[in-house]
Design a protein around this ligand. Structure first.
Ligand SMILES: [Zn+2]
Length: 175
């Protein structure tokens, strides 16, 4: 048959019509019901730039937490924004102490395999001291899930081991 040349072939099967219906000429897709399933290992390495947000990550590597402040309306963004979303003014960098209060959180007991993180994975929304909007990141070292409370003080913790993405240079911990 020649299909032995396809080393990653799993199977060839005939697909059923998932929604059979009466058609005057019979199954219009009858010539396309033979289906091949293969195992295809894909691996990609991406190169991307962090653009105007780069300083945020560079300073995380220096164990400093920066965000941006609007020089016109004074709004301090929890997550830095090169442009103030309220008044469209170009912002400036501002260092924050890296402390804050847990505003909300979500507990996930399942994560995609590629994330390679332990569960339960807790995503925290934090009102950073000195910022007007929330910042989202993982909460770690919280002890038991039952001990996580909205309103509890948290702080930014910084990585000391190499990370696979600059975003992993930080996370939140109970303060
Ligand atoms: Zn503004």
């Amino acid at each position: 048959m020649g299909t032995e040349l396809i080393s990653n072939l799993l199977e060839i099967f005939t697909a059923e019509d998932p929604m059979p219906f009466d058609h005057p000429e019979g199954d219009p897709w009858k010539d396309f019901r033979q289906i091949m399933r293969i195992e295809w290992k894909m691996e990609f390495t991406y190169r991307h730039i962090l653009g105007k947000y780069s300083k945020f990550f560079i300073e995380l590597a220096n164990k400093r937490f920066f965000t941006t402040e609007c020089p016109k309306c004074g709004k301090v963004w929890g997550i830095p924004r090169p442009l103030c979303a309220d008044c469209l003014t170009i912002t400036r960098w501002k260092e924050l102490p890296g402390t804050g209060v847990l505003s909300s959180f979500s507990v996930s007991y399942f994560v995609p395999a590629f994330m390679k993180v332990e569960t339960p994975y807790v995503l925290a929304l934090v009102k950073m001291d000195g910022a007007d909007t929330l910042f989202t990141h993982q909460l770690r070292n919280f002890g038991r899930v039952e001990d996580i409370k909205v309103g509890m003080p948290v702080k930014v913790a910084y990585a000391t081991e190499p990370v696979s993405h600059p975003m992993l240079l930080m996370w939140f911990e109970p303060a």
